[in-house]
Design a protein around this ligand. Structure first.
Ligand SMILES: [Zn+2]
Length: 298
């Protein structure tokens, strides 16, 4: 079981890292990328093969990429329904993420080949909600495109990771708190994780390399919550303003192995409610010395 979890994690991680690398290459075509990245600048650089069109598609999809063989043209549709909540002349972080996600389907070779072969349109919805590997790849591409390592990485590793920092970066990069938190975990040099609680259980997890190296792996999607997290979830459902903190042991949030210290390592929990996504985010951090005996000698 342990072995399977590790292999699965490594496989998913590998595919997502490749998607992120590809996003960095794509960004390289822009003269000088600075935050916030405009995904429509990337669309323009692919003219005339790619065109983008925005409209209020209500609940049909957040984004969709189509291939039209007669004109040899890809059409990227994005739903502007969230833009009502954006500043005038700007797109809402969710709209921007949808654009970037569809760009992932356009740029990632196997996605594009599939679309060309089948002509099949591809409706995409939401952030990180799909299990399908290609959706996870497109999400990784989007996060990498909107929050490049060169720009966000140094900020993340400057100090302790907190939601107030993440909110500030979300404003700078014009990205959602959820996707900024996810990307911060990826870029962190320290043991930390982001867990999204949905429908009363674990909906998604992102673990930093430091967590994995320390023997802490994500629990599978749909896993039960630790006892002390349940009242937090109930409070969130009841509409409580959700910015709480807590403490637990690593074994309560993670599958631990190959490190005797991991199981009983203390975990600091920071909760952040996202009512529009019906998601309660939990940021987990573990002090490095609790996982690695000689971390000061590294
Ligand atoms: Zn998609």
């Amino acid at each position: 079981m342990a072995k399977r979890t590790k292999l699965e994690w490594a496989e998913m991680q590998n595919r997502q890292e490749k998607a992120i690398e590809h996003a960095a290459e794509v960004l390289g075509v822009l003269p000088a990328a600075s935050a916030p990245i405009d995904p429509l600048d990337i669309v323009k650089s692919e003219k005339p093969l790619l065109r983008a069109m925005g409209a209020d598609f209500r609940d049909r999809f957040d984004g969709q990429l189509e291939y039209h063989p007669a004109k040899n043209r890809f059409l990227l549709f994005y739903n502007t329904k969230y833009d009502l909540r954006a500043l005038p002349g700007e797109h809402h972080p969710r709209t921007r993420f949808s654009m970037a996600h569809e760009l992932g389907h356009y740029f990632l070779a196997s996605h594009r080949a599939f679309l060309r072969r089948t002509g099949q349109s591809h409706p995409s919805k939401g952030e990180f909600l799909s299990d399908r590997i290609i959706e996870a790849e497109a999400d990784a591409f989007a996060a990498g495109l909107l929050m490049p390592r060169d720009l966000l990485g140094p900020l993340v590793n400057e100090g302790d990771l907190t939601f107030s920092q993440i909110e500030e970066w979300a404003r700078t990069f014009n990205t959602s708190v959820t996707s900024t938190a996810r990307r911060s975990i990826e870029l962190s040099d320290y043991p930390c994780a982001l867990i999204g609680l949905r429908e009363g259980c674990v909906g998604f997890s992102f673990f930093s390399r430091g967590m994995i190296d320390g023997g802490c792996y994500p629990r599978s999607r749909g896993s039960d919550l630790p006892a002390q997290a349940k009242p937090k979830w109930q409070g969130f459902l009841g509409g409580a303003p959700m910015k709480a903190e807590g403490q637990a042991f690593a074994r309560e949030w993670c599958q631990t192995y190959e490190n005797g210290q991991a199981e009983s390592a203390p975990v600091y929990e920071y909760y952040f409610g996202v009512p529009s996504m019906q998601t309660l985010l939990v940021l987990l951090t573990i002090p490095e010395e609790e996982l690695f005996l000689n971390s000061e000698n590294d």
